[in-house]
Design a protein around this ligand. Sequence first.
Ligand code: C5P
Length: 208
Amino acid sequence: MGFVIAIDGPAAAGKGTLSRRIAKTYGFQHLDTGLTYRATAKALLDAGLPLDDEEVAERMARELHLGGLDRSVLSRHEIGEAASKIAVMPSVRRALVEAQQAFSRREPGTVLDGRDIGTVVCPDAPVKLYVTASSEVRAKRRFDEIIAGGGEADFGAIFADVKKRDERDMGRADSPLRPADDAHLLDTSEMSIEAAFQAAKSLIDAAL
Ligand code: C5P
């Protein structure tokens, strides 16, 4: 059993950047669990299959291979929307959680980021972080990212989308987004990524 670092939080809170940096620093493998929901959703969309049939969605989830998940081909807005729809289905979650738990056993250690890592996927993880930021700050970061990439963005629409996703993630009956009782809270609203990383590093070093 490797050392597991569980990182949860809402969309666009900075989990991804932080997780990748932690994984690199400690030589651990990283799994962005949002990609498992996105890849399952994309497979359904590509096959022209419905998003509201739990049995069909579960079958797709069970066929997923963790190798080669790539955010750049899974980042489209409609894939994110479809992912959060199938993420409310208990049998889809069960299938993907099993794959995530198998990943978390890899040596020498792993970093998993998502919504339910500290609460459901790896409840025994020795380090749990809950990374958050205000919805305004998260929407602004997403907006800046799109503009920096040369795209066009509408702040109002992004802000509404962030809030809708939060509601869906926090309001679902199965594994809602919430901090584990023993998670360390990192509010990055007014914190640089460097400061967040240093805070995380101190917690990890103390637990290693
Ligand atoms: O993090 P990302 O935006 O890629 O996740 C896509 C969707 O997958 C989220 O909106 C959420 O509904 C779902 N998800 C989840 N549990 C996870 C990771 C993602 O329900 N551990």
